[in-house]
Design a protein around this ligand. Structure first.
Ligand code: SAM
Length: 332
């Protein structure tokens, strides 16, 4: 079968597919959703396991997808996750399969996920202080995350990466201690600038902690030098920590956008293709699936959806409008 590239009108080719398996989450991170949660998608709107696997199969075998990352919401709350991972890896074992997770429950499932073919995990952890964790996530589960991280490492889901968001007045003074801890544990830490994707629309350009501030804070304790390897399409700028081998990354989506190198495409839990995290339009693959479209027809629809990808997310543009869906419903 010939492969059609998911190429946009600027020549960028998407090979990295982010698949949201649910919009539900068991944490309530203040920069993501309100304390009371959100109106979750009705069950019948969420793709079934078979539908998810079919779309991934189309992505991999017809459209050149080389990496599949499961996310959400919280993907570990999806009952069929282990089976979905196993079936994804069975499509093509050379496709990299990873998970972005808050690690609640990972202590229990890491072994089975690795056995099913999961290659690695990205765990979200914004602090190594239990009380700050509670303030940010509104849940008292810090020890579970630490246990989940250890289980991921023991299961060989490596390199184990940690994603951290700094919030002004909450944990913006904790970057060095987070890095010190991550290096000691053997985890690869990446700081992500806070983006305008919260359900409450509280994000503010002047309040967010910038990459510049993160570098300044880390420089108080560490010497950072750009790593030798080229960045390619990776969102993180990587630095050796005190000469290496440990590294730290900064994903400066807002202040140093990397849209020109973007190779990502997203599938929401209800089967909508989004060509950008900040896209304002989606293409309905679930409708096509459920109305009996063939794999070739679905692939064509997906290709068309990618063509309209904008050159950049435009956060700094005065006409920028936050997408209707928050991060948790898109898939981070
Ligand atoms: N529940 C999983 C987790 O915790 O990793 C996956 C979904 S979560 C939405 C994915 C990532 O998005 C997390 O690392 C989280 O910190 C990040 N995130 C959520 N809202 C964000 C925002 N407004 N700006 C930047 N990152 C955000």
């Amino acid at each position: 079968m010939d492969t059609i590239a998911l190429e946009d009108s600027y020549g960028r080719v998407a090979t990295d597919l982010r698949v949201s398996l649910t919009d539900r989450c068991n944490l309530r991170c203040s920069y993501c959703m309100p304390a009371e949660g959100l109106d979750w998608l009705p069950g019948d709107e969420v793709l079934t396991d078979d539908e998810v696997v079919r779309l991934i199969d189309i992505g991999v075998r017809r459209l050149g997808v080389r990496e599949v990352r499961f996310t959400g919401g919280e993907p570990l709350v999806r009952r069929g996750l282990i089976d979905i991972v196993r079936r994804t890896k069975a499509i093509d074992s050379s496709v990299q399969v990873s998970l972005t997770t808050n690690a609640l429950g990972l202590e229990r499932t890491a072994g089975a996920l690795a056995e099913a073919g999961l290659d690695r995990v990205n765990v979200s952890l914004d602090t190594v202080r239990g009380e700050t964790f509670h303030t940010i996530t509104r849940r008292d589960r810090f020890d579970d995350v630490v246990a989940g991280l250890a289980a991921a490492k023991a299961a060989g889901l490596t390199p184990v990466k940690i994603n951290a968001v700094l919030l002004r007045g909450t944990n913006d003074d904790q970057a060095p201690e987070l890095l010190r801890w991550a290096v000691a544990q053997g985890y690869d830490l990446r700081f992500i600038e806070q983006m305008p994707l919260d359900a409450q629309h509280d994000w503010s350009r002047t309040e967010m902690v910038t990459a510049e501030e993160i570098f300044a804070s880390l420089a108080q304790e560490f010497t950072l030098t750009p790593t030798a390897e080229p960045r390619g399409s990776a969102p993180a700028e990587l630095f050796d920590v005190d000469g290496g081998p440990a590294t730290v990354g900064v994903i400066a989506s807002v202040t140093r956008p990397f849209c020109g190198d973007c190779d990502r495409v997203r599938l929401t839990a209800d089967g909508q293709v989004r060509n950008c995290l900040f896209a304002r339009e989606e293409s309905d693959l679930r409708g096509a699936l459920r109305s009996g479209a063939s794999d070739a027809e679905i692939a064509d629809r997906w290709v068309v959806a990618m063509r309209g990808k904008r050159a950049g997310h435009g956060i700094d543009d005065p006409s920028f409008l936050q997408p209707d869906r928050p991060m948790s419903a898109i898939g981070g």
